[in-house]
Design a protein around this ligand. Structure first.
Ligand code: CAA
Length: 259
């Protein structure tokens, strides 16, 4: 498929890279862009050679939020009937391979929410996270009031959501919103390194690990523990578990077959 608002390529035959590409609008997340993003994510998810996906924006903006130009025309019946946000935004939550957000510059509103829908966020030193919807007379609509408190707690979330203030990269690291902060010119290399590491493991255990960590954010601790234990048990039926443990004991590199 030819895309108008995103770019895609594959690194080292293993890592799918999606670049949001509306630079003049600071990668504002319009519906056509989100449809393309969903399509590209699904294509990489279904591609057997791909082990992980990187999602990035430009140096100035990962994404400055949902498209305010478009939203300014909508009324309640438009957004409710179209199920705005839900239909085109949630594809990413169905992707089973790890998605790494490489965030440089602004990740605001829907941009911050999109980064939080990814599995790992790696930020450059100029990254800024925020949920400024309050300034537009709305509130976050793609999970900001739910995912942000799970990452940084209630007090910091309330401050950001109610005042529209931003969090810089170092605070985001300190607060646990992102897992690594690197110099801007190292961002892609860092994300690619993480993606290649993930791609070197069994796709089965990688998918199970992602599924199990995500379970921690749904339901109770005991349900999550039970789910994790059963997935853990089930991986003992794979060839990759035998291979991984045999390789360790014989001090050699494993060759995973994703079986
Ligand atoms: N939607 C549409 N266009 C946007 C945009 C957005 N979210 N963010 C920036 N742009 C456009 C600007 O309108 C501007 O276009 P023109 O050149 O045609 O005027 C261009 O991108 C560059 O932006 P600025 O001139 O404003 O750049 P700046 O460097 O001075 O400021 C900024 C950067 C602080 C990110 C500022 O652009 C800004 O505040 N953007 C809006 C951020 C925001 O409110 N996001 C939340 C949107 S609502 C949402 O996301 C709902 C949800 O939960 C899903």
């Amino acid at each position: 498929m030819n895309y108008e608002f995103i770019l895609t390529h594959i690194e080292a035959d293993k890592v799918g890279v999606i670049t949001l590409n509306r630079p003049k609008q600071l990668n504002a997340l319009s519906t056509p862009l989100m449809i393309e993003l969903g399509h590209a994510l699904k294509a990489f998810d279904e591609d057997d050679q791909i082990g992980a996906i990187i999602l990035q924006g430009s140096e100035k903006a990962f994404a400055a939020g949902a498209d305010i130009q478009a939203m300014s025309q909508y009324n309640f019946s438009d957004v409710y009937k179209a199920n705005f946000i839900t239909r085109d935004w949630e594809t990413i939550n169905t992707i089973r391979k790890p998605v790494i957000a490489a965030v440089s510059g602004f990740a605001l509103g829907g941009g911050c929410e999109l980064a939080m829908m990814c599995d790992i966020i790696i930020a450059s030193e100029n990254a800024k996270f925020g949920q400024p919807e309050i300034k537009l007379g709305i509130i976050p609509g793609a999970g900001g009031t739910q995912r942000l408190p799970r990452a940084v707690g209630k007090a910091r979330t309330m401050d950001m959501v109610l005042t529209g203030s931003m969090m810089n990269a170092h605070e985001a690291l300190q607060q646990g919103l992102v897992s690594r902060v690197v110099a801007q010119d190292q961002l892609f290399a860092e994300a690619l390194g993480a993606a290649l590491t993930i791609s070197s493991f069994s796709k089965l255990s990688v998918m199970a690990a992602k599924e199990s960590v995500n379970k921690a954010f749904e339901g109770t601790l005991s349900e999550g523990m039970h789910f994790e234990r059963r997935l853990f048990h089930s991986l003992f039926s794979t060839e990759d578990q035998k291979e991984g443990m045999d390789a360790f004991l014989n001090k050699r590199a494993p060759t995973f077959k994703n079986q």
